[in-house]
Design a binder for this molecule. Structure first.
Ligand SMILES: [Zn+2]
Length: 134
């Protein structure tokens, strides 16, 4: 009537659970999160475009140092814009993966990425193991 009791090996349900494919509901949550991130970024881009008219320097009134400041400021803004663009591309890629069903899989090893990691950054494309081994 008893079968293999007292062997001391508990069922590894936790591990099994962690490797199940992501449920559609969770996938949808990430998709919404990504869409919100994208909308936020796009709103920032629009705001910047309104605020960031090409720097017109009045040679007569602006001293050399101020011109340098203005140019440095412009470079910083370009850097911010570039990073924002890269982020947007990451978000678009992740959104495509939620549609194709690949979302949450590591690009390198194909294992599921820890959902806690995805919650922090849904655009993650590598599991923690592959990031660490870089
Ligand atoms: Zn990996």
């Amino acid at each position: 009537m008893t079968k293999n009791q007292g062997k001391g090996t508990p069922p590894r349900s936790k591990d099994v659970e962690a490797h199940l494919p992501m449920s559609a509901a969770i996938m949808e949550q990430f998709r919404q999160q990504l869409l919100e991130m994208k909308a936020d970024l796009q709103a920032q881009v629009r705001l910047d475009q309104q605020a960031q008219k090409p720097v017109e320097l009045d040679q007569a009134r602006v001293g050399r140092l101020s011109r340098m400041d203005a140019l440095q400021g412009q470079q910083m803004l370009q850097e911010v814009a570039r990073r924002r663009q890269a982020k947007l591309q990451g978000i678009d890629g992740a959104l495509r993966r939620t549609e194709s069903g690949d979302f949450g899989e590591c690009f390198v090893c194909g294992n599921p990425i820890d959902p806690r990691r995805l919650a922090v950054d849904p655009t993650s494309t590598r599991c923690i193991g592959c990031v660490d081994s870089e």
